[in-house]
Design a protein around this ligand. Sequence first.
Ligand SMILES: NC(=O)c1ccc[n+]([C@@H]2O[C@H](COP(=O)([O-])OP(=O)(O)OC[C@H]3O[C@@H](n4cnc5c(N)ncnc54)[C@H](OP(=O)(O)O)[C@@H]3O)[C@@H](O)[C@H]2O)c1
Length: 328
Amino acid sequence: MEKLRFGIVGTGTIAHRFARAVGNTKGAVLAAVASRTKAKADAFGDEFGVPCRFGSYEEMAQSDLIDAAYVAVPHSLHPACSILMTEHGKHVLCEKPMAVNQKEARRMFASAERNGVLLTEAMWARLVPGTLKMLELVNEGVLGEILGVEGKFCYAMDADEMDHHVLKNEYGGGALLDVGCYGLHFASWYLGGKIAHISAEANTYAKTDCHTSVLLKYESGAIAELSCATLLRKPNEGFVYGTKGYARLPRFYAPEEIVLELESGRKTLSLPYAGNGFEEQIGHFCDCVRQGLTESPLIPHRQTLDMLALSDRIRAMIGISYPQDEAR
Ligand SMILES: NC(=O)c1ccc[n+]([C@@H]2O[C@H](COP(=O)([O-])OP(=O)(O)OC[C@H]3O[C@@H](n4cnc5c(N)ncnc54)[C@H](OP(=O)(O)O)[C@@H]3O)[C@@H](O)[C@H]2O)c1
């Protein structure tokens, strides 16, 4: 079977990680890269041996040389870049968060559906071996009934990075969208059901949230305790608590190790990524395209929309809004 030909939109940090991962996969090939400037596209192309380099995103969208686009630009630009690609019949793997609010994500899915192409949020963490194993353990009842989860994803930008788009409101900056989205997805994987009550507190920097804590109480009674930050370091770990014990997950949202603390004692499981953690999502995306799916069964549109609706509600509570929230 022919390999899926990917084109990358943007040449930043995460585009580099994706390019390295594509090289480790069997089903995909890096066919093109698009940048706002041809010089950057050429530099990226030289680094990864990419044959086609475009000096604008539009040119790549119009090209017949790619089947799928990986959108790796700041969050606020995800809708425009993804829709540009879907309107030209390209499948799209769009970086997280899919958009800054649910309304924008709906527009993106509508375009993909109209054009009969696959559009998936790059929630790679859902597909790594550690997450698959945790879900299997929970479904088998190893931890008993799940009553709570906890997860902290907090980092501090360096003093010379204060101009980064993650600290700018106009780019959809802020901790909740940048890394808090992992916690929200994580909680939904293990708790599910309806949320009865939300409470949230945040500190802000330049109209973005820079340290946010959220408590979600589900109708089942289970509680999720989540925190995220862009200007504060905390140990990035999480827990899944059940009636028979708990699991400690270093880098909780995409763990390579699971430490089970059960009545019978401690058990440590090692679950390394196939490469840098993106190979699994690239393989899954290729499988979906080959099966003619327009939605991933593991990262369904509903999941992305629900998590954005939740972050919309949390943002309203902590007083963070984006220009896109006002747009009709
Ligand atoms: N999955 C993960 O683990 C992960 C990790 C980090 C980030 N991300 C996500 O990936 C996306 C990109 O993050 P990143 O860390 O790669 O950002 P980055 O290093 O700043 O790169 C973003 C790229 O977007 C392009 N771009 C287009 N318009 C831009 C603008 N106005 N300002 C800045 N860049 C612009 C640029 O490429 P050109 O100039 O070449 O066009 C730039 O290199 C974000 O949505 C983020 O949430 C995901």
